[in-house]
Design a protein around this ligand. Structure first.
Ligand code: IMP
Length: 430
């Protein structure tokens, strides 16, 4: 299989980083195809916790080449800070190991300032963005005014950047926000530009050649299906194609090159979301605290990028089935199974009540979920701590029953379950 796509089945934060890490050891390339440093991918290796926002999680393994694809939006400062952090942690970083597509778009301080000012202007209807400039950078891309990574090579790049800042300052003034210091931005980019130039490449060409040569590409999705610009809970979504088909445009790979591609959906054993928007299975109070954790552990449900407490709830099987459909998922990985230890019973959402009717599938997508009452299947919980278990057969019968119920509802098998944050805390369904 030349291509394996790792995609989030929920609203992001499913634990994709550590699943990419699990599959990356055998890959020749690990490539991100969407989003920017709004993502927060955590990987724990022994005593080290890596929090990656921009660079593919596979970089932690020595073999794969890490690629930032053309579908991404890249903040040069965030890129260089992250390469520094990785180097200090002993990860080898050089242009032989890491490449950025010339066609990826640049995030500048203008985008970040606009992102924040637009959120303030939205007031109560805000989206709850990460403030990383993602929406404004993709807006510039779509309106064909964006600066691309390849533009860093042009001698007049800094003039174009300065013009973009001037224009953003006009919009910021209209929004009642403070202007940004044009000279300081230009100076910062002058420094970043030099450092970034060696990493710029035609990554589409390289990946297509790699596929032809029989090499293995692991595509790392950021955010999740329900945050997809087309298929998510619009308008409470991010601005990119998070779903598996985003790989083809976001990496410049032909659809036919991917014969036999595997689409691995990563799904938490319960549901979480950050930011605003509908969430039918959301729970509150003591139950929420139990699922979320207190914030003392790095794996508790607080944002890697923003530190915000995540909203939590029972696993929504209707949304999961939808995610399987729009991604063409071939298998699932269920993360954080250990968090459910100790619940006497578990609730799995298998349908919704709406206007006196019961539905088990969405007919108009997930945007309009307000007023949908979850229909739950109650399943027995398990008391045992599962964090030391490494084989499927050793899982408590109720845990296997829960995973079977998820697979049945989703219509695809569960291949792996994680039982803790460490690299080896995984149980494979062989
Ligand atoms: P943006 O991507 O910063 O524009 O934010 C848009 C929405 O996507 C907000 O609700 C964010 O909280 C959410 N979001 C963006 N990136 C992530 C992520 O990596 N995990 C979870 N939610 C995210």
């Amino acid at each position: 299989m030349a291509l394996q796509i790792i995609v989030g089945a929920q609203w992001g934060d499913e634990g994709k980083g550590r699943i990419v890490d699990w599959f990356a050891a055998d890959s020749d390339y690990v490539a991100r195809y969407n989003g920017g440093d709004n993502a927060g991918h955590s990987v724990t290796v022994g005593p080290k916790l890596f929090k990656l926002h921009l660079i593919p999680s596979g970089i932690i393994h020595p073999k794969p080449v890490a690629v930032l694809g053309n579908g991404m939006v890249v903040n040069p400062k965030a890129f260089l800070d992250e390469t520094d952090m990785l180097q200090k942690a002993g990860v080898e970083i050089n242009p032989q190991r890491l490449r950025i597509s010339y066609a990826a778009h640049l995030i500048t301080p203008a985008h970040m300032a606009l992102d924040k000012a637009q959120e303030v202007a939205r007031g109560k209807g805000n989206i709850g963005t990460t403030g990383r400039g993602i929406g404004p950078a993709y807006t510039d891309k779509a309106t064909r005014r964006g600066l691309r990574v390849g533009d860093l090579l042009a001698p007049d790049f800094l003039q174009h950047l300065s013009a973009q800042i001037d224009e953003a300052n006009q919009q910021l003034s209209f929004l009642g926000a403070s202007p940004i210091d044009n000279g300081a931005v230009v100076e910062e980019f002058q420094r970043c530009r030099e450092a970034m130039l060696p990493y710029i490449a035609d990554t589409s060409l390289e990946l297509c050649n790699a596929i032809s040569a029989g090499q293995r590409i692991l595509a790392e999705g950021a955010q999740g299906t329900l945050l997809d610009i087309d298929h998510g809970t619009y308008p409470f979504v991010t601005s990119s194609s998070t779903v598996a088909s985003g790989v083809f445009t976001g990496l410049g790979i032909g659809v036919t090159a991917a014969e036999g591609a595997q689409v691995t959906g990563v799904c938490k054993s319960f549901q979480t979301r950050v930011g605003s928007g509908p969430f039918p299975t959301e729970v509150f109070d003591d139950l929420a605290l139990r699922l979320r954790g207190t914030g003392q552990n790095p794996w508790d449900e607080y944002g890697t990028t923003t530190g915000r407490a995540r909203r939590v709830g029972w696993l929504d099987g209707v949304l999961l089935r939808y995610a399987v459909r729009v991604n063409g998922m071939t298998e699932l990985v269920i993360t954080k199974l250990d968090i459910l230890s100790g619940f006497q019973t578990l609730q799995l959402c298998v349908g919704y009540h709406q206007n006196g009717k019961t539905i088990v599938d969405l007919s108009f997508g997930p945007s309009n979920l307000e007023g949908y009452e979850p229909v739950y299947q109650e399943l027995p919980g398990w008391a045992e701590d599962v964090s030391a278990i490494r084989t499927w057969d050793d899982l408590p019968a109720a845990a296997k029953g829960y995973l079977d119920a998820i697979a049945h509802l989703a219509g695809v098998p569960v291949r792996l379950a994680s039982v803790g944050p460490e690299r080896e805390q995984m149980v494979e369904n062989k």
